[in-house]
Design a protein around this ligand. Structure first.
Ligand code: 3HC
Length: 303
C-alpha cells in the first residue's frame, strides 16, 4: 500500500551507490543499514581520515557481531565488508545516486557539505538530509538543484527503531520523494511524510519531554528522581536515558531550534547546554538505566 502522500512509486529512481557525508555514530549506523538492505556500494566521508576510519571500524565490527549472532553467513558478511569504503575526497561521490548527510546539526554546515558535493554529482542524484529539526528548504536553498533535496530522518538506535520521517520541502520534486519512499521500503522502515516544519513530528514532541525533564532538574528535582517518577507511565526509556542515547549535544541543538522557532512553547535549559559539553554525563546500572549524573556532571549543574 502506498504510504500517505507518497507519489507514484513508478517515479522512483534506481539507487546503485550510496554516499554518506559524516561518519559519526548516527551515520555509521545507517551506513550499515544501507549496505545490508540495498546491497550496493556505500562510501562514507568525513572531515579527516581518522573520523572516516572510526566510522568504518564501527561498521565492520557490527557486521562481525551480526555474523557471530548467525544473522549473516560469512560469505554475506565478507560481501558487505567489501561494499563499504571510506574517502576524504568528495569526487569519490561522483557515481552515487543517493547521498545522505548526517553532519553537525548546524544549517551553515549542512548547506556547505551539500554545496561541496553537488558539483560532483549527476543531475538526477538525490541529496537526503538526516537533520533532526532544521528546515530542509533552507538546507537545499543554495544548491543548483534544490528539487533533489529531501529530509530522511532516522531515529536512534537506527537498527531497531522502525520509523523514518520523510520531509518534503516546497522544492522537492516527485521523483525525489518517490525515491525516498522506495529507499525507506528497502531499508524496511515505516516511512511517514511530514511537513517541513521545525522538529517535524517526533522531535517536536520529544523536545517537549526532554525540555520539561530538564526544567524539573533546573527547579531542584534530581535526575534519578525524574527518571524514576516517569518510569510507570511506560516510556521505553526515561527522558535522560533517551537524551544520553541521542547525545547531549544533539538534544541541546534540537532544543535550541525549537526555542528559536517557538520561544513561547519550548524551554531552554542552561544546565542541558552545560552538560552537552561534557563526556560521560551520566552513570548507568548494568541494564543501561540512568542512575544518576556523573560526578563531573554534578559539578556543572546549577540548581
Ligand atoms: N544499538 C543497536 N541495537 C540496539 C541498541 C543500540 N543502542 N539498543 C538495543 N538494541 C537492539 C538489541 O541488540 C536487541 O536486538 P536483538 O533482538 O537483535 O538482540 C533489540 O534492540 C532489543 O533490545 P532490548 O531487548 O535491550 O530491548 P529494549 O526492550 O530494552 O528496547 C529500545 C530497546 C528499542 C532502544 C527501547 O528502549 C526504545 O524504544 N527506546 C526509545 C528509543 C527512542 O525513543 N528513540 C528515538 C530517539 S529520538 C532520535 O533519535 C531523533 C534524533 O533526531 C534526536
Amino acid at each position: 500500500k502506498r504510504p500517505a502522500g507518497a507519489p507514484d512509486r513508478e517515479l522512483a529512481r534506481k539507487v546503485t551507490k550510496v554516499g554518506i557525508i559524516g561518519a559519526g555514530l548516527m551515520a555509521s549506523q545507517f551506513a550499515l543499514l544501507f549496505v545490508r538492505r540495498l546491497q550496493v556500494p556505500v562510501v562514507i566521508t568525513d572531515l579527516d581520515q581518522s573520523r572516516v576510519d572510526k566510522g568504518l571500524d564501527y561498521i565492520r565490527t557490527e557486521i562481525t557481531k551480526l555474523e557471530e549472532k548467525g544473522r549473516l553467513d560469512s560469505d554475506e558478511a565478507n560481501r558487505l565488508r567489501a561494499l563499504v569504503s571510506g574517502t576524504t575526497d568528495k569526487a569519490d561521490f561522483a557515481d552515487c545516486d543517493w547521498v545522505i548527510e548526517a553532519v553537525f546539526e548546524d544549517l551553515a554546515v549542512k548547506q556547505q557539505v551539500f554545496a561541496e558535493v553537488e558539483p560532483h554529482l549527476s543531475e538526477t542524484a538525490i541529496l537526503a538530509t538526516n537533520t533532526s529539526s532544521l528546515s530542509v528548504e533552507q538546507i537545499g536553498a543554495k544548491l543548483a538543484h534544490p528539487e533533489r533535496v529531501v529530509g530522511f530522518h532516522f531515529f536512534n538506535p537506527v537498527a531497531v527503531m522502525p520509523l523514518l520521517e520523510i520531509v518534503k520541502a516546497p522544492a522537492t520534486n516527485d521523483e525525489t520523494l518517490a525515491t525516498a519512499f522506495a529507499v525507506a521500503a528497502k531499508l524496511k522502515k515505516s516511512a511517514v511524510l511530514t511537513a517541513d516544519a521545525p522538529g517535524f513530528v517526533v522531535n517536536r514532541l520529544l523536545a517537549k519531554v526532554m525540555g520539561e525533564a530538564a526544567r524539573a532538574v533546573d527547579e531542584g528535582t534530581p535526575v534519578p528522581v525524574v527518571e524514576k517518577a516517569l518510569a510507570p507511565i511506560g516510556l521505553p526509556m526515561g527522558p535522560f536515558e533517551l537524551i544520553d542515547l541521542v547525545g547531549w549535544a544533539v538534544a541541546a541543538h534540537v532544543q535550541d531550534t525549537m526555542v528559536r522557532e517557538f520561544p513561547e512553547r519550548f524551554y531552554s535549559s542552561e544546565n542541558l547546554h552545560a552538560l552537552a559539553k561534557l563526556q560521560g554525563v551520566v552513570e548507568k546500572d548494568k541494564h543501561g538505566k540512568v542512575t544518576d549524573l556523573s560526578k563531573e556532571a554534578k559539578k556543572v549543574v546549577t540548581v
